[in-house]
Design a protein around this ligand. Sequence first.
Ligand code: SAH
Length: 394
Amino acid sequence: MKSLHLKPGREKSVRRRHPWIFSGAVERVDGAPESGETLLVKNAAGQPVAVAAWSAASQIRARIWSFDPGQRVEAPFFAQAVARAVKAREALPAARHTNALRLVHGESDGLPGVIADRYAEVLVAQFLSAGAERWRGAILEALAAATGCEAIYERSDAEVRALEGLPPRTGLVRGKREARRCPIVEQGLNFRVDVESGQKTGFFLDQRDNRQRIRALAAGREVLDCFCYTGGFALAALAGGAKRVLALDSSGPALELARENLSANALEAARIAFEEADVFARLRRLRDAGAKFDLVILDPPKFAPTAAQAKNAARAYKDVNLLALKLLAPGGLLATFSCSSGVSAELFQSIVAGAAADAGVHGNVIERFHAGADHPVALSFPEGEYLKGLLISN
Ligand code: SAH
């Protein structure tokens, strides 16, 4: 096995079990390893400390498979890691309320770059790092064995693959099932998931618990769901007894599916309207018209995929939160989210505080939101906590 030698003093993060080795920590590597090749990581004294996958193109030069330098990184290693991740999900309370769960969540499951989401009998997999790509075959095998899913669809088309020097790849890799519109059930609500061309792997599984929370809060309220995608929050609010729901998104295909999702449930369609609109422009018009809502949901796309984009993202978050706060009726609630890895929970709260100050309104944080337990955050990997949200009352 070729070796990666760390610079003096750069072993600390490995000792803290952080799975990434940045380019600045690398003294040298032996030879010219191939993309994704397994390397023995050695400290400056030459002692082995971990085994990791090499990624020449990325600033994250290596991702650690194991902190046991004696670990053999071969098919059985992946079979074991995948089986452990899948078993952990079976024990979650959410597994009793839905047939759609994230089964493998990258670094937190010891599998950097590997994502697997289950939508009923269809599994959607993503291979987002050079190491994951190299072991794709073994991981697919392990996923099929651990889940018994009829079909596996690959959605390795996330932008981060480019940073690893990998081209996008999508398509059905196993099974013959027509997997375009995959029906799932979440807390008694039916959703169709477009695993082929939907966002991410097709559905925002990370918001499951928060949709349920919105459902509990919605009774009798006028609800505005901004960035509604396929209607997750909007339908949860309707099911929870919202007086009326206005749901906005700029994506025609997402709204088409949202309307299909509405029809797939025994809900009162007259109480909900889906509208294709740019949220920023539409909220300004609602503000100018003096509209008021009792519950506003803001779940925008990642404005800052990395910390470097945090500044521009802060502007966008502030603008949209300011507009939303102005639309709140007295006694109203704002559920506001950020899924940007580059924006910490602390920064996000200060942005929302700035928006409230500029809007001239008082806001109290009455709850905090996170991704569900099928998206765990490893203690050693705080970067994994990308989704954060606040419930604000005025
Ligand atoms: N709340 C959703 C997920 C939202 S994802 C759920 O729980 O399922 C973000 C959504 O924002 C996407 O559907 C995208 O189409 C939409 N979007 C991005 N920019 C937008 C804009 N400027 N105006 C309206 N929608 C936008």
